[in-house]
Design a binder for this molecule. Structure first.
Ligand code: NDP
Ligand code: DGY
Length: 328
């Protein structure tokens, strides 16, 4: 009797243990994995995906028409180890009838926690304060020194009241926030009710918020949304936080706003490009805190993401319902 042919799966880099184990146990798949932690070079990605039935990728892998052509007609499932989808050419993917799995929900808490940490770190100037302790700038207790901004009685504006945006608002509410504003493509009265959040225009949110947290997805409509006009509307005491994608922000305009005192401070978990070059002007500013895209980076969350991504891939290949399938 002839053995059934194995389905080829290409994984674009090492993944946490639970996902790895699920793939290793799949007797119907032959798994090939790129073994470096650095993003896979494009040529190797194109070579690796050729003839594959399934692709498990990261947000750093651009799945565009050229890559889909390189993969060929076998490709049936793309499973991304992310909730963000901006690295996937969804139109092309849909045209070819390829199913897409992603990792919503399982990373919401970790990302919201990081967003709140970044907001507090930025508005209370923690990196600057720690540096002063180390470099001898701390000479005595001084009522005028190292003051920042607090959340109590404040107005918080959330750009994108989706899963993560809501989880951020839920965590900020107990700090005594007085008013929540939000923007999006349309009002979300059901979700907004929990925070009595008001749906406003993007520029009204910019003008009235003391803290702004960007938690939307990157789409053609949100690319460059936070630009000169947006920052000019903001209060000069306001703090801006972005955990969504770097391209939602025009970084030159943000630099000008921070350097000129147009806004008080910014905390960024995401930048353009990633990594941000170490000589980037934003890194010269004391009022800008930059993290290396670590929103979902807890051991547990990354493990759960990897298992979900593996299960999405396997279910898709077997023609079964995927635990988290994107509706195309
Ligand atoms: P959701 O799909 O639940 O939320 C996306 C939000 O984007 C929705 O509230 C949507 O609002 C909003 N949005 C879409 N278009 C616009 C627009 N034109 N203007 C304003 N808002 C808009 O996704 P998640 O909350 O799960 O994730 C959101 C994003 O966070 C991801 O796409 C990813 O880029 C980023 N992310 C970053 C992480 C990190 O490590 N820093 C970790 C995880 C996610 P509406 O539908 O009402 O228009
Ligand atoms: C995502 O999932 O989109 C994040 O950016 C990384 O977890």
């Amino acid at each position: 009797m002839r053995a059934a042919r194995l389905m080829k799966v290409f994984v674009t880099g090492p993944i946490p243990a639970e996902g790895r184990a699920a793939l290793a146990q799949a007797a119907d798949c032959e798994v090939e994995q790129w073994d470096s932690d650095d993003p896979i070079p494009r040529k190797d990605l194109e070579r690796g995906v050729a003839g594959a039935h399934g692709l498990l990728c990261r947000l750093t892998d651009h799945v565009d028409k050229k890559l889909l052509d390189a993969a060929g007609a076998n490709l049936k499932v793309i499973s991304t180890l992310s909730v963000g989808l901006d690295h996937l050419a969804l139109d092309e993917i849909q045209k070819r009838g390829i199913r897409v799995g992603y990792t919503p929900d399982v990373l919401t808490d970790a990302t919201a926690e990081l967003a709140v940490s970044l907001l507090l770190t930025t508005c209370r100037r923690l990196p600057e304060a720690i540096e002063e302790v180390k470099n001898g700038g701390w000479t005595s207790w001084n009522p005028l020194w190292m003051c920042g901004y607090g959340l109590s009685q404040s107005t918080v504006g959330i750009v994108g009241l989706g899963r993560i945006g809501q989880a951020i608002a839920r965590r900020l509410k107990p700090f005594g926030v007085q008013r929540f504003l939000y923007t999006g493509r349309q009002p979300r009265p059901q979700e907004a009710a929990e925070f009595q959040a008001e749906f406003v225009s993007t520029l009204q949110l910019a003008a009235e918020s003391d803290f702004i947290v960007v938690a939307c997805s990157l789409t053609p409509a949100t690319r460059g949304l936070c630009n000169k006009d947006f920052f000019q509307k903001m209060k000069n005491t306001a703090v801006f936080v972005n955990i969504s994608r770097g391209d939602v922000v025009n970084q030159e305009d943000l630099y000008q706003a921070l350097a000129s005192g147009q806004i008080a401070a910014a905390g960024l978990d995401v930048t353009t490009p990633e990594p941000l070059p170490t000589n980037h002007p934003l890194l010269t500013l004391k009022n800008c805190v930059i993290l290396p895209h670590i929103g979902s980076a807890t051991y547990k969350t990354r493990n759960t993401m990897s298992l979900l991504a593996a299960n999405n891939l396997l279910a898709g290949l077997r023609g079964e319902p995927m635990p988290s399938e994107l509706k195309l």
